[in-house]
Design a protein around this ligand. Structure first.
Ligand SMILES: Nc1ncnc2c1ncn2[C@@H]1O[C@H](COP(=O)(O)OP(=O)(O)OP(=O)(O)O)[C@@H](O)[C@H]1O
Ligand SMILES: [Mg+2]
Length: 374
């Protein structure tokens, strides 16, 4: 797996359970996954030599992020190493403008969008969809970075004076008036077997995912199936292998696709304890072209809350209180240095009563973040 973040770290447990030799390419020994994986190669994901050397001896290469440049992926394939997902699929998770074009071509429902090369072009788009609208960089964004809600011309002009990441473009989108945000995750193997996870609700605060509820509460069963169908269709038509997360807007009437992630995703962390087979295990099974595990919930509901870096530097100091208070709760810390707003861990509660699960998960997350102290 290229990338030493928390997704690689959480993939290490099922790799160990399944007896799979798991090698990670990390930039430092101190990265989240490098702390816990025995076989670590050090190097950058965009350093061709480092990636080729790391992949030497691997049957399959997969990713904990989508940033490996396509030419390097093609080199890997030319050497007979299976790259999953492949470069043609992955480009859609690297560039939101490419993704919008592909999705439209595949007949998936998307918000109104346009690549805008100038403030003038963005203003023209705003005349069609109105203010506020959404402006994004097509590349390099994450956790709400690279996404702006544009209220007026002045703000638009100010944002567009900013620099674009290499290869990036400005992407304007209508501001979708959603009632909730959903994520539909599927696993797909090279043989074409696919499984769909229960559709979940995601809640973002300041553009960053804070909470995930499985299954999405109050979602009409027919709309949930429609969301799963959209995700399965995208996985098939883009020939995705491994996990695919399709982030969607539920407008109350329609489903619109926001973006794609072709790897385990924050919206599936609940599945470690909440599903028969976690997203991390199914990602491994899928990229190895093994039969997939059941994605079914083990209980009526699961609630996951992210722990974001706050005032408390030493997260471990919260363990005594959190564990003593709630022996049923599960905690994951990623071994990352605590910085404000950074995802440093998550908690999951699995059970019957959604309100109770939400309270328990919120208490623990707030305690870790120093929002409450009892
Ligand atoms: N067209 C839109 N209309 C309304 N809200 C939007 C739109 N696009 C993005 N958002 C809001 O901004 C959030 C972040 O946008 P997006 O998912 O495109 O960015 P990101 O930073 O790449 O996210 P991620 O952390 O999932 O990679 C969305 O979850 C949603 O809340
Ligand atoms: Mg997103």
């Amino acid at each position: 797996m290229v990338g030493g973040g928390q997704l690689a770290r959480m993939s290490a447990a099922p790799a160990a359970a399944l007896g799979i030799d798991f090698r990670v390419l990390a930039t430092s020994r101190f990265e989240s996954a490098a702390q816990v994986v025995a076989d670590v190669a050090l190097g950058a994901h965009d350093d061709e030599h480092a990636v080729l050397e790391f992949a030497d001896g691997c049957d399959v290469v997969t990713f904990d992020h989508e940033h490996v440049p396509p030419p390097i992926l093609e080199k890997l394939e030319a050497r007979g190493i299976a790259v999953r997902p492949g470069p043609h699929a992955l480009i859609n998770a690297q560039d939101k403008a490419v993704m919008r074009r592909t999705l439209e071509g595949a007949g998936a429902p998307v918000p109104a969008w346009r690549v805008v090369e100038s403030v003038g072009a963005a203003e023209e788009f705003a005349e069609v969809v109105g203010y506020p609208f959404i402006l994004k960089t097509s590349r390099g964004g994450y956790d709400g970075k690279g996404v702006w809600r544009i209220e007026d011309r002045e703000q638009l002009a100010a944002v567009m004076t900013g620099e674009l990441p290499p290869g990036g473009q400005w992407l304007a989108e209508e501001a979708v008036p959603f009632v909730q945000e959903l994520s539909a995750q599927v696993a797909r193997s090279p043989s074409g077997q696919s499984v769909a996870y229960p559709v979940v609700r995601t809640v973002q605060s300041n553009g960053i995912c804070s909470e995930v509820v499985a299954p999405a509460p109050g979602l009409d069963p027919e709309r949930a199936v429609a969301a799963q169908r959209i995700a399965l269709q995208i996985a098939g038509s883009l020939n995705v292998t491994g996990m695919l997360a399709v982030e969607m807007f539920d407008t109350g009437e329609d489903l619109l696709v926001n973006e794609l992630a072709m790897r385990p995703h924050n919206s599936g962390h609940w599945s470690i304890e909440g599903a028969v087979t976690s997203q991390f295990e199914n990602h491994l099974r899928a990229v190895l072209d093994l039969p997939l595990g059941s994605p079914r919930l083990r209980a009526p509901a699961a609630v996951m809350m992210n722990i974001l870096g706050g005032d408390v530097g030493d997260l471990y100091s919260a363990y005594r209180h959190v564990f003593a208070r709630d022996p049923g709760l599960k905690v994951h810390l990623y071994g990352k240095e605590v910085r404000p707003g950074r995802k440093v861990g998550h908690v999951t509660a699995v059970g019957d009563d959604l309100e109770e699960l939400t309270m328990r998960a919120r208490h623990a997350a707030d305690y870790f973040m120093g929002v409450i102290d009892e």
